[in-house]
Design a protein around this ligand. Structure first.
Ligand code: HEM
Length: 319
């Protein structure tokens, strides 16, 4: 069978479209024509911020999660409060979000190069992906083309998961967003990076909470570690695992040792299904975790994305 040139071009284009498009209007090469250097500039800018402060990788990944979970991935989390609206970022659940300046710096660079083209939502998504890679996690690509939202309300953040959630509450909440149990456990692995403050787990400890009972699911030695952290106050930080800046599967190893920091972490060992998934990611199974995590992150990055709308000039306010 012989193909003429025209057929060949159509076939190549179709293969390209299938590989790079997801049917949502987003695609891997969204800025190829409109701002070809955007992705490269953003990566450079994020990487240099992370070289200066590696702890920000955790902040950027969490920011992407909190953005996508509320109103979809539309950078609603970046909008500032105004005189007549309290925005998501001022909710107690978001007060410890970090890395806003990393997004601002990247945005400045791309705005100088191609004004009004690259959305804040895409920058948040790319920064999270670059943070995973910087910290030693899986290398993956994400579709681009998200538009920025115009709504950001503090009351919407009640839909963020609570650290006091048990397994069935976590499973239900993730299911509402279209995620399987396995995807929920894989995404919880985001806690391989970063810290929680005492206020997020003190209810599990004696003398720090009105119930006065220690959560029986915590290892006895680890109770001492958490208690020592909390002795330094509500804002004292406890790393989720032994390598807070390294993206690895140590979070799951910690759960196996009953050394999960949040109740919502350790609860994954109480239910048979989630326990089996944790065991499937721990120990020598890091590659499986990496694979499932990157797939779930790509999926999370597509939550309720807006294909039409605005590209903010300044990520802090609507145009
Ligand atoms: C499964 C439900 C989840 C709950 C209940 C939860 C809750 C929390 C809490 C309470 C903190 C500590 C906040 C503080 O004390 O300041 C935290 C930190 C963090 N979370 Fe989650 N989270 C969940 C899922 C996720 C997901 C899906 C990701 C990303 C894929 C993620 C990424 C992070 C990161 C990286 C940090 C550390 C942030 C830093 O060091 O600045 N979390 N999370």
């Amino acid at each position: 069978m012989r193909f003429d040139m025209k057929t060949m071009i159509v076939v190549v284009l179709m293969v390209f479209m299938l590989r790079h498009c997801n049917g949502l209007g987003l695609n891997m090469n969204y800025y190829l024509m409109s701002c070809p250097m955007a992705e490269f500039m953003i990566k450079n800018s994020v990487n240099s911020a992370l070289r200066a402060d590696p702890t920000l990788a955790a902040g950027l990944i969490r920011m992407h999660f909190h953005d996508c979970w509320i109103q979809g991935c539309d950078a609603s989390v970046l909008l500032d409060s105004t005189s007549d609206n309290t925005a998501e970022k001022d909710s107690p659940a978001n007060l410890s979000l970090r890395g806003y300046e990393v997004i601002d710096n990247a945005k400045k660079l791309v705005e100088n190069m191609c004004p009004g083209v690259v959305s804040c939502a895409d920058i948040v998504a790319m920064a999270a992906r670059d943070a995973v890679i910087f910290a030693g996690g899986p290398v993956y690509d994400i579709p681009k083309g998200r538009k920025d939202g115009t709504r950001s309300k503090i009351e919407d953040t009640r839909n963020l998961p609570s650290p006091t959630f048990n397994t069935s509450e976590l499973i239900n909440m993730f299911k509402q967003h279209g995620f399987s149990v396995q995807e929920m456990v894989a995404l919880s692995g985001g806690h391989t990076l970063g810290v929680a403050r005492c206020s997020s787990f003190k209810n599990r400890l004696k003398n720090f909470d009105s119930t006065n009972d220690v959560d029986p699911s915590i290892d006895k030695q680890f109770v001492k570690t958490l208690t020592k952290t909390c002795n330094a106050g509500d804002n004292a930080e406890q790393p989720f695992d032994s390598s807070r800046n390294m993206f690895d599967n140590d979070y799951y190893n910690a759960l196996q040792r009953q050394a999960g920091v949040l109740f919502s972490d350790q609860t994954l060992m109480t239910d048979l299904t989630t326990r089996q998934i944790v065991n499937g990611y721990a120990g020598f199974n890091q590659a499986r975790f990496f694979f499932d995590f990157q797939q779930a992150m790509v999926k999370m990055g597509l939550l309720d994305v807006k294909e039409t709308g605005e590209v903010r000039q300044n990520c802090h306010k609507i145009n």
